[in-house]
Design a protein. Structure first.
Length: 359
C-alpha cells in the first residue's frame, strides 16, 4: 500500500506503508544511529515525535524484546529507506514490521531519507503527516499539520506507581520523566537499590525516604512545560543530597535554578556525538536524543558552570553546580543505544554518595 509523508512546508514524500495504516500528525525528527533501532523505538524521549532513521537498512537483526528500553515503543511514526523483511540473528524473536503493526505505529519505507534529513537540517525540525489516503487535499491538511505541538508527553510516559530494584549498596531515588531501563540497570549493576518514582512525585516524599542520591532521568518534550516538576526539583536542589541528572533532568535542574533553555534547529539524535569534558579536555563519543538545550548565557556562575560542550556546535552538554553535590549531562551515559565512553559518570555519582556518607 502507498503511504505519504506530508511536511508542513508542503513537501510530499511517497513510499510504502509499514506497520499500522492509521493516519498521524507528529513532529518529524531524524536519528543518525547505525544500530540500536529497537532502543530508539522504545526510548520514551520520542513520545510526540515520528523518527526518521538515516541509516539506509533497518530491521536486519530483528527484534529482541530483552533489548527494549521501556515496556513499549513511543514514537508516533517510523520512517526508513529500506525495511528488512527477513532478519538474520540468533536472538531475533520478531520482525520489525510485525512489531510496528502490533504496537499500532504507522510508518513509511522506500523514501529518500537522505533528502528528507537534508531538508530537516536546512529548514529545521518540521511537523508532518503520515497517511495512506491517496486523495488527500494539501490545502486542507497543511493547517492541521502546522498546528500540531507535542503536549503533556512527560505525563504520558512516566510510571504510574513507585517500584524498587533491590540492591545492597546506596539507595538511589530515580525520578522517571521517561527513563530508559538501562539508567536504573546501570545503577543496580553497581550495587545500588533503585527506587523509581513517578515524575510528579512531591519532593517531600522523596526526601522522607532518605535516599543516598537522586537521579533525574531523560524524557520527552519542552522542559518549560514541566512547571510543577520544576518546583519540586527546586526543593531537591535545596537539600544536600547528591544529584545526577540526564537529558531532560539536566534541563529541568537548570530551569529550577534560574537558567534558561531553547529549542535547537534540528536537535541531536544519534550514537556518535562528540562531547568535550571542559575540565580535562578529553572528548567522549556519546549517545544523544534531545531537541532543547540549556542556554549557558543564562547561567549564574555562582549557581552552575558548564562542564561539557558539544564539539560539533559548541552547545552545552553538562553542568557542574557550584558548592553542591550536583552534576548534570545532556547526553545519555547509559549507552542504549550508543557507546559506553561516558559510563564512568555513574561511578562519579557513586563517589559523590560515598563522600557524602562519610561527611
Amino acid at each position: 500500500m502507498k503511504a505519504f509523508l506530508i511536511l508542513e512546508d508542503g513537501t510530499v514524500f511517497s513510499g510504502t506503508s509499514i506497520g499500522s495504516e492509521k493516519e498521524i500528525i507528529s513532529e518529524i525528527v531524524f536519528n543518525t544511529s547505525m544500530t540500536g533501532y529497537l532502543e530508539v523505538l522504545t526510548d520514551p524521549s520520542y513520545a510526540g515525535q515520528a523518527v526518521v532513521m538515516t541509516y539506509p537498512l533497518i530491521g536486519n537483526y530483528g527484534i529482541c524484546h530483552e533489548d527494549m528500553e521501556s515496556l513499549k515503543p513511543w514514537p508516533d511514526g517510523y520512517i526508513v529507506r529500506e525495511l528488512s523483511r527477513m532478519p538474520s540473528n540468533f536472538r531475533s524473536e520478531d520482525t520489525i514490521q510485525h512489531f510496528l503493526e502490533s504496537n499500532d505505529i504507522p510508518g513509511i519505507a522506500g523514501i529518500d531519507t537522505r533528502a528528507l534529513t537534508k531538508l530537516l537540517r536546512e529548514k529545521g525540525t518540521m511537523n508532518g503527516m503520515i497517511t495512506t489516503n491517496e486523495n488527500y487535499d494539501l490545502e486542507e491538511v497543511l493547517p492541521k499539520i502546522r498546528e500540531y505541538s507535542p503536549r503533556g508527553v512527560v505525563r504520558k510516559v512516566t510510571c504510574t506507581e513507585k517500584s524498587v530494584l533491590p540492591g545492597n549498596g546506596f539507595k538511589v531515588a530515580l525520578l522517571d520523566f521517561g527513563a530508559k531501563r538501562n539508567i536504573a540497570r546501570s545503577l543496580n549493576e553497581r550495587g545500588c537499590q533503585v527506587t523509581i518514582y513517578p515524575a510528579y512525585t512531591k519532593a517531600e516524599e522523596i526526601i522522607a525516604d532518605a535516599p543516598d542520591g537522586i537521579m533525574l532521568s531523560n524524557g520527552p518534550g519542552d522542559p518549560k512545560e514541566c512547571v510543577e516538576i520544576i518546583e519540586e526539583i527546586r526543593k531537591l536542589y535545596n537539600t544536600d543530597i547528591p544529584i545526577f541528572a540526564i537529558c531532560l533532568g539536566h534541563q529541568l535542574m537548570a530551569l529550577a535554578t534560574g537558567g534558561d533553555t531553547y529549542k535547537l534547529k534540528y536537535g541531536h539524535r544519534g550514537g556518535n556525538h562528540p562531547v568535550k569534558d571542559l575540565k580535562t579536555g578529553r572528548v567522549y563519543i556519546s549517545s544523544q536524543n534531545h531537541g532543547y538545550v540549556v542556554d549557558t548565557d543564562s547561567l549564574d556562575e555562582k549557581v552552575a558552570v558548564p562542564a561539557f560542550m558539544n564539539v560539533n556546535d559548541r552547545t552545552n552538554e553538562g553542568l557542574a553546580y557550584t558548592g553542591k553535590n550536583i552534576f548534570t549531562v545532556q547526553f545519555h551515559p547509559e549507552a542504549c543505544p550508543g557507546p559506553r565512553d561516558s559510563a564512568y559518570l555513574f561511578d562519579r555519582f557513586l563517589e559523590m554518595m560515598e563522600v557524602k556518607s562519610h561527611a
